[in-house]
Design a binder for this molecule. Structure first.
Ligand code: FAD
Length: 425
Protein backbone atom coordinates (compact mmCIF):
# COMPACT_ATOMS: atom_id res chain seq x y z
CA UNK A 1 0.00 0.00 0.00
CA UNK A 2 1.82 3.08 -1.24
CA UNK A 3 0.49 6.56 -0.43
CA UNK A 4 2.18 9.61 -1.97
CA UNK A 5 1.42 12.90 -0.24
CA UNK A 6 2.41 16.13 -1.96
CA UNK A 7 2.85 19.16 0.31
CA UNK A 8 4.29 19.01 3.81
CA UNK A 9 2.21 21.69 5.54
CA UNK A 10 0.07 20.74 8.55
CA UNK A 11 -2.38 18.94 6.24
CA UNK A 12 0.29 16.80 4.56
CA UNK A 13 2.03 16.03 7.86
CA UNK A 14 -1.23 14.96 9.51
CA UNK A 15 -2.20 12.89 6.44
CA UNK A 16 1.19 11.15 6.56
CA UNK A 17 0.74 10.27 10.22
CA UNK A 18 -2.77 8.98 9.66
CA UNK A 19 -1.89 6.85 6.60
CA UNK A 20 1.03 5.32 8.56
CA UNK A 21 -1.37 4.59 11.43
CA UNK A 22 -3.25 2.43 8.90
CA UNK A 23 -0.06 0.61 7.92
CA UNK A 24 0.65 2.15 4.50
CA UNK A 25 4.07 2.97 3.06
CA UNK A 26 4.06 6.78 3.01
CA UNK A 27 6.07 9.20 0.87
CA UNK A 28 5.79 12.88 1.85
CA UNK A 29 7.11 15.26 -0.81
CA UNK A 30 7.76 18.91 0.10
CA UNK A 31 9.20 21.62 -2.17
CA UNK A 32 10.87 23.65 0.60
CA UNK A 33 13.66 22.62 2.99
CA UNK A 34 11.34 22.48 6.02
CA UNK A 35 7.96 20.95 6.77
CA UNK A 36 4.88 22.85 8.03
CA UNK A 37 4.37 25.33 5.15
CA UNK A 38 2.38 28.28 6.46
CA UNK A 39 2.42 26.54 9.86
CA UNK A 40 6.00 27.80 10.21
CA UNK A 41 4.29 31.06 11.07
CA UNK A 42 0.91 31.29 12.79
CA UNK A 43 0.65 29.35 16.04
CA UNK A 44 -2.90 30.06 17.30
CA UNK A 45 -4.65 26.89 18.44
CA UNK A 46 -7.72 25.88 20.46
CA UNK A 47 -9.41 29.30 20.14
CA UNK A 48 -13.22 29.14 20.28
CA UNK A 49 -14.57 26.15 18.31
CA UNK A 50 -11.07 24.87 17.51
CA UNK A 51 -11.03 23.56 21.07
CA UNK A 52 -14.06 21.36 20.29
CA UNK A 53 -12.62 20.14 16.97
CA UNK A 54 -9.29 19.27 18.63
CA UNK A 55 -10.99 17.30 21.40
CA UNK A 56 -13.20 15.50 18.86
CA UNK A 57 -10.12 14.39 16.95
CA UNK A 58 -8.45 13.20 20.15
CA UNK A 59 -11.58 11.18 21.01
CA UNK A 60 -11.56 9.71 17.49
CA UNK A 61 -8.03 8.37 17.98
CA UNK A 62 -6.33 10.89 15.67
CA UNK A 63 -5.00 13.26 18.32
CA UNK A 64 -1.21 12.66 18.30
CA UNK A 65 -0.36 15.73 16.20
CA UNK A 66 -2.51 17.93 18.44
CA UNK A 67 -0.93 16.45 21.57
CA UNK A 68 2.53 17.21 20.15
CA UNK A 69 1.47 20.82 19.56
CA UNK A 70 -0.10 21.09 23.05
CA UNK A 71 3.28 20.14 24.52
CA UNK A 72 5.04 22.88 22.56
CA UNK A 73 2.88 25.86 23.56
CA UNK A 74 4.31 29.05 25.01
CA UNK A 75 0.92 30.11 26.39
CA UNK A 76 -2.26 28.22 27.20
CA UNK A 77 -5.80 29.25 27.99
CA UNK A 78 -5.32 32.97 27.26
CA UNK A 79 -7.80 35.42 25.74
CA UNK A 80 -7.70 38.21 23.18
CA UNK A 81 -10.62 40.15 21.65
CA UNK A 82 -13.27 37.74 20.36
CA UNK A 83 -11.16 34.66 21.22
CA UNK A 84 -11.20 32.48 24.32
CA UNK A 85 -9.15 29.55 25.71
CA UNK A 86 -6.35 30.17 23.18
CA UNK A 87 -3.05 28.25 23.02
CA UNK A 88 -0.03 29.63 21.17
CA UNK A 89 2.60 27.21 19.91
CA UNK A 90 6.21 28.21 19.53
CA UNK A 91 6.61 28.75 15.78
CA UNK A 92 10.40 28.70 16.10
CA UNK A 93 10.65 25.17 17.51
CA UNK A 94 7.62 23.33 16.11
CA UNK A 95 8.96 22.02 12.80
CA UNK A 96 11.80 19.78 14.02
CA UNK A 97 9.40 18.17 16.52
CA UNK A 98 6.91 17.30 13.78
CA UNK A 99 9.68 16.02 11.53
CA UNK A 100 10.96 13.79 14.34
CA UNK A 101 7.45 12.43 14.98
CA UNK A 102 7.00 11.52 11.30
CA UNK A 103 10.46 9.97 11.02
CA UNK A 104 9.75 7.89 14.13
CA UNK A 105 6.69 6.58 12.28
CA UNK A 106 8.88 5.74 9.27
CA UNK A 107 7.35 8.29 6.90
CA UNK A 108 9.75 8.75 3.94
CA UNK A 109 10.21 12.55 3.85
CA UNK A 110 11.57 14.16 0.68
CA UNK A 111 12.42 17.83 1.25
CA UNK A 112 13.53 20.38 -1.35
CA UNK A 113 11.62 18.25 -3.85
CA UNK A 114 8.97 19.99 -5.91
CA UNK A 115 6.38 18.01 -7.84
CA UNK A 116 6.06 19.54 -11.27
CA UNK A 117 4.34 16.93 -13.44
CA UNK A 118 1.86 14.08 -13.13
CA UNK A 119 1.49 10.84 -15.10
CA UNK A 120 -2.06 9.65 -15.67
CA UNK A 121 -3.42 6.24 -16.56
CA UNK A 122 -6.91 7.13 -17.80
CA UNK A 123 -8.83 8.54 -14.81
CA UNK A 124 -6.13 7.43 -12.34
CA UNK A 125 -2.93 9.09 -11.24
CA UNK A 126 -0.01 6.77 -11.86
CA UNK A 127 2.93 8.85 -10.67
CA UNK A 128 4.08 12.36 -9.82
CA UNK A 129 7.40 13.64 -11.07
CA UNK A 130 9.43 15.97 -8.89
CA UNK A 131 12.60 17.95 -9.22
CA UNK A 132 15.10 18.34 -6.39
CA UNK A 133 18.80 19.14 -6.44
CA UNK A 134 18.71 19.29 -10.25
CA UNK A 135 17.50 15.66 -10.42
CA UNK A 136 14.11 14.28 -11.40
CA UNK A 137 12.43 11.75 -9.08
CA UNK A 138 9.34 9.77 -9.94
CA UNK A 139 6.97 8.73 -7.15
CA UNK A 140 4.59 5.95 -8.14
CA UNK A 141 1.69 5.25 -5.79
CA UNK A 142 -1.61 3.43 -5.35
CA UNK A 143 -3.20 6.61 -4.07
CA UNK A 144 -2.18 10.28 -3.84
CA UNK A 145 -3.07 13.22 -1.58
CA UNK A 146 -2.89 16.80 -2.79
CA UNK A 147 -1.93 18.88 0.27
CA UNK A 148 -0.23 21.66 -1.66
CA UNK A 149 -2.23 24.44 0.00
CA UNK A 150 -3.40 27.56 -1.80
CA UNK A 151 -0.66 30.11 -1.02
CA UNK A 152 1.38 31.62 -3.82
CA UNK A 153 2.94 31.28 -6.34
CA UNK A 154 4.26 34.86 -6.73
CA UNK A 155 2.20 35.42 -9.89
CA UNK A 156 -0.95 35.23 -7.73
CA UNK A 157 0.48 37.59 -5.11
CA UNK A 158 1.38 39.96 -7.95
CA UNK A 159 -2.02 39.75 -9.62
CA UNK A 160 -4.37 39.62 -6.63
CA UNK A 161 -2.27 41.15 -3.84
CA UNK A 162 0.53 43.66 -3.45
CA UNK A 163 3.30 41.57 -5.02
CA UNK A 164 5.81 39.15 -3.50
CA UNK A 165 6.58 40.31 0.04
CA UNK A 166 9.12 37.54 0.79
CA UNK A 167 6.92 35.37 2.99
CA UNK A 168 7.77 32.08 4.69
CA UNK A 169 6.96 30.06 1.56
CA UNK A 170 10.10 31.39 -0.16
CA UNK A 171 8.77 30.76 -3.69
CA UNK A 172 11.68 32.55 -5.42
CA UNK A 173 14.08 30.11 -3.70
CA UNK A 174 12.19 26.79 -3.96
CA UNK A 175 9.79 27.43 -6.83
CA UNK A 176 6.13 28.29 -6.36
CA UNK A 177 3.26 26.03 -5.40
CA UNK A 178 2.16 23.53 -8.06
CA UNK A 179 -1.29 21.99 -7.64
CA UNK A 180 -1.51 18.24 -8.24
CA UNK A 181 -5.26 18.30 -8.85
CA UNK A 182 -4.86 21.02 -11.50
CA UNK A 183 -1.99 19.11 -13.15
CA UNK A 184 -4.28 16.05 -13.27
CA UNK A 185 -6.79 18.11 -15.27
CA UNK A 186 -9.22 19.04 -12.48
CA UNK A 187 -10.86 22.45 -12.81
CA UNK A 188 -10.16 24.13 -9.50
CA UNK A 189 -12.44 26.41 -7.50
CA UNK A 190 -11.48 30.03 -6.91
CA UNK A 191 -12.35 31.92 -3.71
CA UNK A 192 -13.89 35.23 -4.66
CA UNK A 193 -15.56 38.13 -2.90
CA UNK A 194 -16.74 40.92 -5.21
CA UNK A 195 -13.70 41.84 -7.28
CA UNK A 196 -11.21 40.31 -4.85
CA UNK A 197 -9.86 36.94 -6.01
CA UNK A 198 -8.40 34.90 -3.15
CA UNK A 199 -7.62 36.57 0.17
CA UNK A 200 -4.61 37.99 1.92
CA UNK A 201 -3.00 36.26 4.90
CA UNK A 202 -4.05 38.03 8.05
CA UNK A 203 -1.01 38.37 10.28
CA UNK A 204 2.68 39.27 10.35
CA UNK A 205 5.54 38.71 12.80
CA UNK A 206 7.69 41.36 14.41
CA UNK A 207 11.06 40.81 16.03
CA UNK A 208 10.34 41.00 19.77
CA UNK A 209 13.66 42.72 20.42
CA UNK A 210 12.57 45.58 18.13
CA UNK A 211 9.66 46.39 20.51
CA UNK A 212 9.73 48.31 23.80
CA UNK A 213 10.69 46.38 26.99
CA UNK A 214 7.17 47.05 28.33
CA UNK A 215 5.51 45.30 25.39
CA UNK A 216 7.98 42.42 25.55
CA UNK A 217 7.35 41.81 29.23
CA UNK A 218 3.54 41.96 28.77
CA UNK A 219 3.86 39.41 25.96
CA UNK A 220 5.99 37.14 28.13
CA UNK A 221 3.61 37.35 31.11
CA UNK A 222 0.23 37.33 29.39
CA UNK A 223 0.90 36.08 25.86
CA UNK A 224 -1.01 39.05 24.47
CA UNK A 225 -0.52 42.83 24.29
CA UNK A 226 -3.28 45.18 23.14
CA UNK A 227 -1.93 48.63 22.17
CA UNK A 228 -4.26 51.42 21.03
CA UNK A 229 -3.41 52.72 17.56
CA UNK A 230 -3.56 56.54 17.19
CA UNK A 231 -6.62 57.31 14.96
CA UNK A 232 -4.45 58.86 12.22
CA UNK A 233 -2.57 55.56 11.75
CA UNK A 234 -5.64 53.34 11.41
CA UNK A 235 -6.20 52.06 7.91
CA UNK A 236 -9.85 51.51 7.15
CA UNK A 237 -10.97 48.42 5.23
CA UNK A 238 -7.62 46.68 5.63
CA UNK A 239 -9.38 43.86 7.46
CA UNK A 240 -11.94 43.16 4.75
CA UNK A 241 -9.32 41.52 2.51
CA UNK A 242 -8.16 39.18 5.25
CA UNK A 243 -8.26 35.43 4.81
CA UNK A 244 -9.05 35.21 8.53
CA UNK A 245 -12.54 36.69 8.86
CA UNK A 246 -12.55 35.69 12.51
CA UNK A 247 -10.21 38.61 13.21
CA UNK A 248 -12.05 41.20 11.08
CA UNK A 249 -13.42 42.92 14.19
CA UNK A 250 -13.21 46.66 15.03
CA UNK A 251 -10.88 45.90 17.99
CA UNK A 252 -8.27 44.72 15.49
CA UNK A 253 -8.43 48.06 13.62
CA UNK A 254 -8.39 50.28 16.71
CA UNK A 255 -5.57 48.39 18.45
CA UNK A 256 -2.40 46.58 17.60
CA UNK A 257 -3.05 43.09 18.88
CA UNK A 258 0.23 41.27 19.45
CA UNK A 259 0.52 37.60 20.44
CA UNK A 260 3.57 35.78 21.74
CA UNK A 261 4.33 32.86 19.41
CA UNK A 262 8.07 33.17 19.93
CA UNK A 263 8.05 36.30 17.81
CA UNK A 264 5.38 38.99 18.24
CA UNK A 265 2.48 38.01 15.98
CA UNK A 266 0.80 41.18 14.71
CA UNK A 267 -2.85 40.58 13.85
CA UNK A 268 -3.15 42.62 10.64
CA UNK A 269 -2.34 41.54 7.08
CA UNK A 270 0.15 44.40 6.72
CA UNK A 271 0.85 47.88 8.02
CA UNK A 272 3.23 50.45 6.52
CA UNK A 273 6.40 50.42 8.61
CA UNK A 274 6.38 54.18 9.22
CA UNK A 275 2.79 54.05 10.50
CA UNK A 276 3.65 51.08 12.71
CA UNK A 277 6.62 52.96 14.13
CA UNK A 278 4.33 55.82 15.20
CA UNK A 279 2.50 53.48 17.60
CA UNK A 280 3.84 53.89 21.17
CA UNK A 281 6.35 51.15 21.97
CA UNK A 282 6.88 50.24 18.30
CA UNK A 283 9.26 53.07 17.37
CA UNK A 284 11.95 50.57 16.33
CA UNK A 285 9.65 47.81 15.07
CA UNK A 286 10.99 45.50 12.39
CA UNK A 287 9.20 42.83 10.37
CA UNK A 288 10.36 39.25 10.69
CA UNK A 289 7.63 37.76 8.46
CA UNK A 290 6.91 38.59 5.74
CA UNK A 291 10.14 40.52 5.28
CA UNK A 292 8.16 43.22 3.46
CA UNK A 293 5.22 43.13 5.89
CA UNK A 294 4.83 46.89 5.52
CA UNK A 295 3.64 46.37 1.95
CA UNK A 296 1.37 43.34 1.94
CA UNK A 297 1.07 39.63 2.64
CA UNK A 298 0.71 36.35 0.77
CA UNK A 299 -2.44 35.65 -1.25
CA UNK A 300 -4.29 32.39 -0.63
CA UNK A 301 -7.47 30.53 -1.65
CA UNK A 302 -6.95 30.87 -5.37
CA UNK A 303 -7.11 27.15 -6.27
CA UNK A 304 -9.17 24.59 -4.35
CA UNK A 305 -10.18 21.10 -5.45
CA UNK A 306 -13.80 20.03 -5.96
CA UNK A 307 -14.24 17.07 -3.61
CA UNK A 308 -16.76 14.98 -1.73
CA UNK A 309 -17.16 14.64 2.04
CA UNK A 310 -14.64 11.78 2.15
CA UNK A 311 -12.15 14.33 0.69
CA UNK A 312 -11.85 12.43 -2.59
CA UNK A 313 -11.15 14.81 -5.49
CA UNK A 314 -13.83 14.76 -8.17
CA UNK A 315 -12.53 13.70 -11.57
CA UNK A 316 -9.50 11.62 -10.52
CA UNK A 317 -10.15 8.15 -9.11
CA UNK A 318 -7.24 7.83 -6.69
CA UNK A 319 -6.65 11.42 -5.53
CA UNK A 320 -7.64 12.85 -2.14
CA UNK A 321 -7.08 16.36 -0.83
CA UNK A 322 -6.62 18.04 2.55
CA UNK A 323 -6.10 21.40 4.21
CA UNK A 324 -6.69 24.55 2.21
CA UNK A 325 -6.72 22.49 -0.99
CA UNK A 326 -9.93 20.89 0.35
CA UNK A 327 -11.74 24.22 0.53
CA UNK A 328 -12.14 27.57 2.16
CA UNK A 329 -11.02 26.22 5.51
CA UNK A 330 -8.64 28.52 7.36
CA UNK A 331 -6.26 27.28 10.01
CA UNK A 332 -3.81 24.75 11.35
CA UNK A 333 -6.55 22.84 13.21
CA UNK A 334 -8.66 22.70 10.06
CA UNK A 335 -5.66 21.48 8.02
CA UNK A 336 -4.81 18.79 10.58
CA UNK A 337 -8.33 17.34 10.90
CA UNK A 338 -8.82 17.17 7.12
CA UNK A 339 -5.30 15.73 6.76
CA UNK A 340 -6.10 12.94 9.20
CA UNK A 341 -9.31 12.08 7.37
CA UNK A 342 -7.65 12.18 3.93
CA UNK A 343 -4.74 9.96 5.06
CA UNK A 344 -7.19 7.47 6.57
CA UNK A 345 -9.44 7.38 3.52
CA UNK A 346 -6.49 7.01 1.16
CA UNK A 347 -5.71 3.68 2.83
CA UNK A 348 -9.36 2.61 2.86
CA UNK A 349 -9.36 3.31 -0.88
CA UNK A 350 -6.45 0.92 -1.45
CA UNK A 351 -8.20 -1.70 0.69
CA UNK A 352 -11.36 -1.18 -1.40
CA UNK A 353 -13.26 -0.26 1.76
CA UNK A 354 -16.06 2.28 1.93
CA UNK A 355 -14.55 5.72 2.66
CA UNK A 356 -15.20 7.27 6.06
CA UNK A 357 -17.53 10.29 6.08
CA UNK A 358 -17.70 11.92 9.49
CA UNK A 359 -21.27 12.49 10.73
CA UNK A 360 -22.72 15.98 10.92
CA UNK A 361 -23.38 15.48 14.63
CA UNK A 362 -19.66 16.21 15.03
CA UNK A 363 -18.23 19.67 14.36
CA UNK A 364 -15.55 18.27 12.06
CA UNK A 365 -18.04 16.29 9.96
CA UNK A 366 -20.43 19.21 9.80
CA UNK A 367 -17.68 21.65 8.77
CA UNK A 368 -16.37 19.40 5.99
CA UNK A 369 -19.82 18.92 4.51
CA UNK A 370 -20.97 22.54 5.06
CA UNK A 371 -17.88 24.02 3.39
CA UNK A 372 -18.26 21.66 0.43
CA UNK A 373 -21.86 22.77 -0.10
CA UNK A 374 -20.99 26.46 0.43
CA UNK A 375 -18.30 26.23 -2.25
CA UNK A 376 -21.02 25.31 -4.70
CA UNK A 377 -22.61 28.76 -4.26
CA UNK A 378 -21.49 32.25 -5.35
CA UNK A 379 -22.13 33.64 -1.86
CA UNK A 380 -20.27 30.81 -0.13
CA UNK A 381 -17.17 31.44 -2.23
CA UNK A 382 -16.94 34.87 -0.59
CA UNK A 383 -16.55 33.42 2.92
CA UNK A 384 -13.73 31.68 4.75
CA UNK A 385 -14.65 29.01 7.27
CA UNK A 386 -12.99 28.19 10.56
CA UNK A 387 -14.01 26.65 13.86
CA UNK A 388 -12.54 29.74 15.53
CA UNK A 389 -14.93 32.47 14.48
CA UNK A 390 -17.05 34.24 11.89
CA UNK A 391 -19.79 32.38 10.02
CA UNK A 392 -18.77 28.82 10.83
CA UNK A 393 -18.38 29.38 14.58
CA UNK A 394 -21.85 31.03 14.52
CA UNK A 395 -23.18 27.87 12.89
CA UNK A 396 -21.42 25.65 15.42
CA UNK A 397 -23.07 27.54 18.27
CA UNK A 398 -26.48 27.57 16.60
CA UNK A 399 -26.31 23.79 16.11
CA UNK A 400 -25.15 23.23 19.69
CA UNK A 401 -21.84 21.80 18.51
CA UNK A 402 -19.57 24.18 20.43
CA UNK A 403 -18.52 23.05 23.88
CA UNK A 404 -15.32 23.00 25.92
CA UNK A 405 -16.49 20.05 27.99
CA UNK A 406 -14.13 17.27 26.93
CA UNK A 407 -16.27 14.54 28.57
CA UNK A 408 -19.30 15.71 26.62
CA UNK A 409 -17.27 15.70 23.39
CA UNK A 410 -16.05 12.19 24.11
CA UNK A 411 -19.63 11.04 24.68
CA UNK A 412 -20.79 12.67 21.46
CA UNK A 413 -18.04 10.97 19.51
CA UNK A 414 -19.00 7.66 21.15
CA UNK A 415 -22.68 8.12 20.30
CA UNK A 416 -21.72 8.79 16.67
CA UNK A 417 -19.88 5.43 16.65
CA UNK A 418 -16.59 7.20 15.95
CA UNK A 419 -14.61 6.55 19.16
CA UNK A 420 -11.03 5.64 18.25
CA UNK A 421 -11.92 5.27 14.57
CA UNK A 422 -8.57 6.63 13.33
CA UNK A 423 -6.44 4.40 15.53
CA UNK A 424 -8.19 1.17 14.54
CA UNK A 425 -6.54 -0.76 11.73
C1 FAD B 1 0.99 34.48 7.96
C2 FAD B 1 0.01 33.41 8.34
C3 FAD B 1 -0.40 33.29 9.67
C4 FAD B 1 -1.30 32.30 10.02
N1 FAD B 1 -1.65 32.16 11.34
C5 FAD B 1 -2.43 31.13 11.74
C6 FAD B 1 -2.67 30.87 13.12
O1 FAD B 1 -2.14 31.55 13.99
N2 FAD B 1 -3.48 29.82 13.45
C7 FAD B 1 -4.06 29.04 12.49
O2 FAD B 1 -4.78 28.11 12.84
N3 FAD B 1 -3.85 29.27 11.16
C8 FAD B 1 -3.04 30.28 10.76
N4 FAD B 1 -2.78 30.49 9.44
C9 FAD B 1 -3.46 29.63 8.44
C10 FAD B 1 -2.84 28.26 8.40
O3 FAD B 1 -1.42 28.39 8.41
C11 FAD B 1 -3.26 27.48 7.15
O4 FAD B 1 -4.64 27.60 6.88
C12 FAD B 1 -2.92 26.00 7.27
O5 FAD B 1 -1.77 25.77 8.04
C13 FAD B 1 -2.79 25.46 5.85
O6 FAD B 1 -2.16 24.21 5.84
P1 FAD B 1 -2.00 23.39 4.47
O7 FAD B 1 -1.16 22.22 4.83
O8 FAD B 1 -3.32 23.16 3.85
O9 FAD B 1 -1.23 24.36 3.46
P2 FAD B 1 0.22 25.03 3.50
O10 FAD B 1 0.61 25.39 4.86
O11 FAD B 1 0.18 26.07 2.45
O12 FAD B 1 1.18 23.84 3.03
C14 FAD B 1 1.26 23.42 1.69
C15 FAD B 1 2.63 22.85 1.47
O13 FAD B 1 2.71 22.31 0.16
C16 FAD B 1 3.98 22.60 -0.39
N5 FAD B 1 3.88 22.49 -1.83
C17 FAD B 1 3.13 23.24 -2.68
N6 FAD B 1 3.27 22.81 -3.95
C18 FAD B 1 4.11 21.75 -3.90
C19 FAD B 1 4.64 20.88 -4.89
N7 FAD B 1 4.27 20.99 -6.16
N8 FAD B 1 5.52 19.92 -4.51
C20 FAD B 1 5.87 19.78 -3.20
N9 FAD B 1 5.40 20.58 -2.22
C21 FAD B 1 4.52 21.54 -2.56
C22 FAD B 1 4.29 23.98 0.16
O14 FAD B 1 5.67 24.25 0.13
C23 FAD B 1 3.73 23.90 1.57
O15 FAD B 1 4.70 23.47 2.50
C24 FAD B 1 -1.85 31.45 9.05
C25 FAD B 1 -1.43 31.55 7.71
C26 FAD B 1 -0.50 32.51 7.36
C27 FAD B 1 -0.02 32.58 5.95
Amino acid sequence: MKVVIVGGGWAGCAASFSARQQGAEVYLVERADMLLGTGLVGGIMRNNGRFTATEEMIAMGGGEVFQLIDHNCLHRNIEFPGHRHVSLYNVGTMEPLVKRLLLSQKVAIHLSTRVEEVEMDGPRLKAVVAKGGGEKTRFEGDVFIDATGTAGPPANCQKYGNGCVMCILRCPSFGGRVSIAAKAGVKEIVGKKGNQIGAMSGSCKLFKESLSPGIVSTLGEKGVAVIPVPPAERTKNKLSIKACQQYALPEFEENLILLDTGHAKLMVPFMPLEALRRVPGCEHARYEDPYAGGLGNSVRYVGMAPRDDALQVKGVENLFCAGEKAGLLVGHTEAIVTGILAGHNAVRFIRREKPLVLPETLAIGDAISHVRSQMETEEGLGYKFTFSGSVYFDRMRAKGLYTTDSRQIEQRVGLAGMAGVFSKT
